[in-house]
Design a protein around this ligand. Structure first.
Ligand code: MN
Length: 208
């Protein structure tokens, strides 16, 4: 069985950027739904429940139900760690993160704009990601539709360092149709820079 990743700071810790109500629906209903359906499908197809193995061996391609629900499970499992409450941990990019933002985007402001732009470009449901591209050894900003994730072949097997859920269920209760404001508020107040740096360091160890 795929395990449920905890919402370590609780439902209300992200307010006012993301309300307790949104976090409850998002975690209890959407995330739990993806998790349960992914587990049902893994069992039915008799597939390994190792998350990394499923990604590396592209086992999610075995059925559309698995692709959608494993993707939903995986993306949200990352997302709960990629954001943190404003009073927890570093509130600015740590050294390697800062270096890559400056190298690949010029400045924090330009990086932020690139994310806002890709969030706007995603027509309908999906995600916006800051990713490491193992082929170029550079980072870039991309968006993926539905519950697709950057490691998929069609996106060039990139590794997510940070991401924002831009499905309406992630922001509509708090922001109605103002996706841009939601994205901007997350970028200014909720990025878990400690976790982003940790992910980048792991990637650099592997691809340096
Ligand atoms: Mn979501």
């Amino acid at each position: 069985m795929l395990k449920k990743y905890a919402l370590i700071y609780g439902y209300s810790a992200y307010a006012p950027v993301i309300s307790e109500k949104t976090m409850r629906v998002h975690y209890d209903k959407h995330y739990t739904g993806y998790l349960n359906k992914a587990n049902e499908e893994l069992e039915r197809l008799n597939i390994s429940d190792d998350m990394n193995e499923i990604i590396e061996n592209r086992l999610y391609e075995k059925s559309q139900k698995l692709k959608d629900n494993f993707g939903g499970y995986y993306n949200h499992s990352l997302f709960w760690y990629m954001i943190s409450p404003p009073e927890e941990g570093s509130r600015k990019p740590l050294p390697n993160t800062e270096r890559f933002i400056n190298q690949d985007f010029g400045s924090f402001f330009t990086w932020k704009e690139a994310i806002a732009e890709q969030a706007k470009k995603r027509f309908g449901s999906g995600w916006v990601w800051w990713v490491f591209n193992p082929k170029t050894r550079k980072t870039e900003v991309i968006n993926t539709p539905y519950q697709d994730f950057p490691e998929m072949e069609e996106y060039g097997g990139k590794i997510p360092l940070f991401g924002i859920d831009v499905w309406e269920h992630a922001y509509y209760l708090d922001y109605e149709n103002m996706r841009e404001r939601y994205v901007n508020n997350i970028l200014l107040s909720l990025v878990n820079w400690d976790y982003v740096e940790e992910r980048l360091n792991t990637v650099l160890q592997k691809y340096a």
